[in-house]
Design a protein around this ligand. Structure first.
Ligand code: NDP
Ligand code: 8X3
Length: 251
């Protein structure tokens, strides 16, 4: 039985990935900061799919917490085959000149440093075993920039660069690295970005059909199950109504 670690599984893309891989008989390590949601998801995955699930509640921004949670795994969960670096967020939407330092720090610490912390701990075992697959959830905002996206876009450009760089560093160990760059996906992403303003979050997807979190997990599932010698290095996913970070058609 293969083991997958999904960061940020309490909502959206991470939660959809947890359900998809539970369905496909993976053992799951799911993480996030909201313990109640982690526990509820664990119960659901056990009940609906008879999955083996290890919920780990920690903040990826804290290296000590991350290291302590991930380097003391129970034996049965200790060999991680697939890591989905998904935990991330946008905080705020405004010009650089009006930006909040606390928003910038939250995004940089989560999207870049958190991804690095988790990867550093998890890749050691993969390198020893010369086997593994790391999926980094970047964004179309890591390929292009848009007005008021500044620091979020910069963090996702960093994820894109890290995916390319990791692929080179881990080449001798035969570890696959896939960069996934979604466009508009309806999750709690916009609600978080706009500080809980549900009306504003809804407007982001007004007049078009965004992707669902399940759309992303379907593609990740496909990418993980390709023949051993075939690697998807980078994949950009948008709804039909979106051509780029700056071009979408709305009714
Ligand atoms: P959600 O807000 O629905 O989910 C984000 C997840 O990240 C939650 O489970 C949250 O868990 C977790 N998370 C956030 N901060 C931390 C932290 N400090 N420590 C641990 N976990 C954390 O959004 P999405 O599912 O949309 O986002 C998932 C990823 O996809 C992000 O990296 C995002 O940037 C990326 N993405 C999203 C797109 C979209 O349009 N939705 C498009 C392109 C990329 P908790 O709060 O419990 O800690
Ligand atoms: C989330 C997608 O276009 O809002 O990464 O940046 S976008």
């Amino acid at each position: 039985m293969k083991t997958i670690l999904i960061t940020g599984a309490t909502s959206g893309i991470g939660q959809a990935c947890a359900e998809t891989f539970a369905k496909h008989k993976y053992q799951l390590i799911i993480t996030g900061r909201r313990k109640d949601r982690l526990n509820a998801l664990t119960e659901k995955l056990k009940k609906e799919y008879h999955a083996e699930v290890l919920p780990l509640c920690f903040d990826v921004r804290n290296f000590k917490e991350t290291e302590s949670a991930l380097s003391n795994l129970p034996e049965a969960f200790s060999q991680i085959d697939v890591l989905i670096n998904n935990a991330g967020l946008a905080s705020g939407f405004g010009s650089i000149q009006n930006g909040q330092i606390s928003d910038w720090e939250k995004m940089i610490d989560t999207n870049i440093k958190g991804l690095l912390y988790v990867t550093k701990v998890v890749c050691q075992g993969m390198i020893e075993r010369k086997s593994g697959h790391i999926i980094n959830i970047a964004s179309i905002a890591g390929k292009e920039v848009y007005a008021n996206g500044n620091v979020y876009c910069a963090t996702k450009h960093a994820v894109d660069a890290l995916s390319r760089s990791m692929r080179i560093d881990m080449l001798p160990a035969g570890i696959k690295v896939t960069n996934v760059a979604p466009g508009m996906v309806e999750t709690e992403f916009s609600l978080v970005r706009f500080g809980g303003d549900a009306e504003r979050a809804k407007n982001v997807y007004q007049g078009l059909q965004p992707l669902s979190a399940q759309d992303i997990s379907t593609v990740i599932d496909m990418v993980v199950h390709l023949p051993h010698n075939l690697v998807v290095n980078d994949i950009t996913l948008t709804p039909l109504a979106q051509a780029s970070a700056n071009h979408a058609i709305r009714s």
